[in-house]
Design a protein around this ligand. Structure first.
Ligand SMILES: [Zn+2]
Ligand SMILES: [Zn+2]
Length: 346
């Protein structure tokens, strides 16, 4: 079969590899869509400490069951499925407390296990053990279903930041994750959603799709001033930074309303993770700063439901559908920010 494999930083190849065989507890699927994200670009350029090459990349996976291991029950050939990316152990102290996104033993598809940029994929027994294989509801296509994984991460971020009815929400970063944040905030009842982005073209591309109440170009105006103006000096109830930018995180704290919540949704580069923070703003204004690390199996199931019910439409965010043979070009499109969501159809 054809697969996209990471060999070394800067060395990603489309090659012929043997079709995988499922073990007794595994399920084999024919991958129909595996969508790309910024993480794939990062891996292709820099590698990852959990990836021992060669490794099939891709973690936003949807497909059709073609074979089940002898011990597998409840799944059959022809079932349409979505696969979680982050696999919690399900048994440690955090998992037992329901905190599956911070399981210290977490493994991932496309990192510890072969990923979805391939014609076939084995879903490991470990995924099934934590309810990480989801039936795709009728009426939801494979491409949309593949977006359930990033939407689940966005859902995790908004649950932790308690986005709810009446909130003024600022989303910083207008990539696919930023767009999903805008849509989900609306679905959760936000009063207004403002989108901030440095690159004007990317901002306009995103704003035309998700229609924020204000689109703020951070290279033309000061986003803090703008948000304060839009909120009569109050600030925003929630600020979500969906960008790998320490400056954005620092600004986020400055534009928060009293009792505001700030989500550091996007991580910072490993070599530059320190920001400066006026701790008294947090203290006197009773701010809450939260992180976000992937998503739980339950959040993947909920994300699929949000897509199926139309609460969070995603099909119009999929701007590029490319065959596996063009996966490397696809990573270039993602890296240059020319697309919202690019999906691979192996
Ligand atoms: Zn991703
Ligand atoms: Zn665990």
């Amino acid at each position: 079969m054809k697969a996209v494999r990471f060999h070394a930083p800067g060395d990603v190849r489309i090659e012929d590899v043997p079709e995988p065989t499922p073990g007794p507890g595994d399920v084999k699927i024919r991958v129909r869509n595996c969508s790309t994200c910024g993480t794939d670009v990062k891996i292709s350029k820099f590698g990852h400490h959990h990836i021992h090459p060669p490794r099939v990349m891709g973690h936003e996976i949807a497909g059709e069951v073609v074979q089940t291991g002898a011990e597998v029950t409840g799944w059959a050939a022809g079932d349409r499925v979505q696969v979680i990316a982050a696999i919690p152990c399900g048994t440690c102290a955090e998992c037992r407390r329901g905190r599956m996104t911070v399981c210290p033993h977490q493994e991932s598809m496309g990192y510890h296990y072969e990923g979805g940029f391939a014609q076939y994929l084995v879903v490991p027994a470990k995924v099934l053990a934590v309810d990480g294989l989801n039936r795709i509801p009728d009426g939801v296509g494979y491409a949309e279903a593949s977006v359930a994984e990033p939407l689940a991460c966005v859902l995790n971020g908004q649950e932790l930041a308690r986005v709810g009815p009446g909130d003024d929400v600022v989303v910083v970063g207008s990539g696919p994750i930023g767009c999903l944040h805008v849509r989900l905030a609306r679905a959760r009842g936000a009063a207004r959603v403002f989108l901030v982005e440095l690159n004007r073209e990317r901002l306009e591309l995103a704003a035309a799709l998700v229609h924020p109440d204000a689109a703020i170009c951070g290279s033309d105006v000061d986003p803090i001033d703008e948000v304060l103006k839009l909120t009569d000096g109050r600030g925003a109830d929630v600020i979500i930074t969906a960008a790998a930018s320490g400056a954005a995180q620092e600004q986020a704290v400055q534009m928060a309303a009293r009792q505001g919540r700030i989500s550091f949704f996007g991580g910072l580069p490993k070599d530059n993770p320190v920001i400066s923070l006026d701790s008294n703003l947090v203290h006197y204004r009773e701010l809450t700063i939260v992180g976000a690390n992937g998503s739980s199996p339950a959040q993947n199931a909920e994300a699929l439901r949000l897509i199926a019910t139309g609460s969070v439409p995603v099909s119009d965010l999929i701007t590029h559908r490319l065959p596996l043979e063009q996966a490397i070009d696809a990573l270039g499109v993602v890296a240059r920010g020319e697309a919202i969501k690019v999906t691979i159809e192996p």
